[in-house]
Write a protein that binds this ligand. Structure first.
Ligand code: SF4
Length: 498
């Protein structure tokens, strides 16, 4: 019997192996929970390679059955900001695209334009994101299918869907190419996020599959209670004047809506009523004491993320959206950061589900079960122990944020369930995952070619091939010489007066 934690944090229940997969048997639990298929991150063979495990859980979760011949299938990824290095390697998207083609589908890999959340963002327009994606390895050439910016050149290409069930949002603006797809697989790098606290499946669609105006909607732009214009506290009294602010121009240039001005009296003005919550001024105004960013806005955004994810499912079609979470390189910040910190926990594994809420809950639980990584922000914040809420400590911007706000909201609105069965899959045959272009063993592939183009010079050095010494002292170079140092006992001087 193995023990796995499921049904949210704190419930440890027995499992048993009943077939190809190791299935958790829920004892006394509610059997209506969602299923999350899982494999750990250990790898020692072809069939346990993480890309192989990804396909194993994809099939186990029944995501393969969502793909019908000729279906256009969107694979939603985060292609990573300029200089980020924690984003998912393109290998995973390529492997998934190949599997979708095998099933008869026509895949494309996509991301969306971002809000101008920094004055120097690298993915805020189609031309920007395509160039950043290509630098990060995402291109048609590497993926074997098109890489698409799903919401158009500026980010206004979208499909509006009503979500009366929404906790706070009542409509979502879904990136057009995603809304137009016949099926959608959210291929998510699970990690932390400064605003969402976790960057999982819910955020991949709740922010990442929204158009640019969809992002302003989720970010609470113009909201009468939670928007920056309503809840932010502007401190123009902390502006020291142009003469004392060498980079004063950035105070105006950080806002793409032109809402900050330094007037003729050398005073900083802000037209907060028109704030779209693009987040562009947060990193400029906040550290200078010119704006108090309202924590409640972040809580509202985290709830809205689940609403917007529901909007995506409704736009594509419920039952036509699948989720894969690759919980690897679990950095505290999102891949939209232009850097990547030490991961806060070891690789957690590979997950698949039809439920965005359950899959994120499973990843959060795994992170809580794990020891935090030494030297990471989790340790710095003293949240590296088993059971600690590591994302709240190491990823959130404000201490009051919760790592389960989006999850709980998704549960409330019927998007999914935070209760789940964790089903551990066994590796498949290595044959399935071998190099596909020629599966014959070596002699069949190279025997004749090596005779024609002999790579080993048998005709040299009496058949030994190369000019080398016959025997050398290998122990000498294997030896750790620092172990030989003797402990020097320094004698303490004795006092001549005694
Ligand atoms: S004031 Fe509003 S619209 Fe302008 S940069 Fe700040 S968040 Fe964006």
């Amino acid at each position: 019997m193995k023990l796995l934690t499921q049904l949210g944090w704190n419930a440890t229940l027995p499992i048993r192996t009943i077939s190809k997969f190791t299935l958790i048997e829920v004892l006394g639990g509610n059997m209506s929970e969602s299923k999350v298929y899982y494999m750990d991150a250990h790898s020692e063979s072809t069939e346990t390679a993480l890309s192989s495990k990804m396909i194993t859980v994809f099939d186990a979760a029944g995501l393969d059955e969502m793909i019908k011949p000729n279906d256009i299938v969107a694979i939603k990824v985060h292609c990573g900001e300029w200089n980020n290095s924690a984003y998912l390697r393109p290998l995973y998207a390529r492997t998934l695209a190949d599997r979708i083609k095998e099933l008869g589908g026509r895949p494309f890999v996509c991301d969306t334009t971002t809000s101008t959340y920094s004055p120097w963002g690298s993915r805020s327009s189609e031309i920007d994101i395509l160039q950043t994606a290509e630098r990060n390895g995402y291109s048609s050439a590497t993926l074997g299918c098109p890489f698409i910016c799903a919401d158009g050149f500026i980010g206004t290409s979208d499909f509006v869907v009503d979500i009366p069930e929404g906790y706070i949002l009542k409509e979502a603006y879904v990136a057009q190419a995603i809304a137009a797809a016949d099926a959608l697989i959210a291929l998510t790098h699970f990690k932390g996020h400064s605003m969402g606290v976790i960057g999982g499946a819910l955020k991949n669609l709740g922010i990442g599959a929204q158009s640019k105006r969809g992002k302003f909607n989720v970010h609470m732009g113009g909201h009468p209670s939670y928007g920056l214009g309503a809840a932010g506290v502007f401190h123009p009294e902390n502006f020291k004047g142009k003469a004392n602010t060498p980079d004063w121009e950035i105070l105006e240039d950080c806002c793409p809506f032109n809402l900050y001005h330094i007037n003729e009296k050398d005073e900083l003005e802000w037209d907060g009523d028109k704030c779209a919550n693009c987040l562009g001024c947060f990193g400029v105004m906040g550290p200078r004491g010119l704006m108090d960013i309202p924590p409640i806005q972040f809580d509202a955004v985290d709830a809205a993320i689940a609403d917007a994810c529901l909007g995506v499912e409704k736009a594509v079609g419920r039952g036509k959206v699948g989720y894969i979470n690759m919980a690897l390189d679990v950095s505290p910040a999102c891949d939209c950061a232009g850097h990547a910190d030490v991961p806060i926990v070891p690789h957690l594994g590979v997950f698949a589900s039809t439920d965005a809420v359950a899959i994120d809950m499973a990843c959060v639980d795994k992170a809580r079960e794990a020891e935090g990584i030494k030297g990471s922000k989790a340790e710095l914040m003293e949240a590296h122990h088993v059971g600690d809420k590591k994302f709240e400590a190491a990823a959130a911007t404000f201490h009051s944020q919760s790592e389960v706000t989006s999850i709980n909201t998704g549960h409330e609105i019927g998007l999914g369930s935070r209760n789940y069965e964790l089903i551990e899959c066994e590796p498949e045959s290595p044959e399935r995952f071998r190099f596909p272009y020629d599966k014959r063993p070596s002699r069949q592939r190279f025997g004749a070619k090596f005779e024609k183009f002999q790579p080993f010079p048998y005709d040299k050095f009496d058949g030994k091939g190369f000019n080398r010494l016959d025997v050398v002292d290998l122990d000498k170079v294997k030896h750790h010489y620092e172990d030989d140092s003797e402990v020097v006992n320094v004698e303490q001087p004795t006092s001549s007066e005694n």
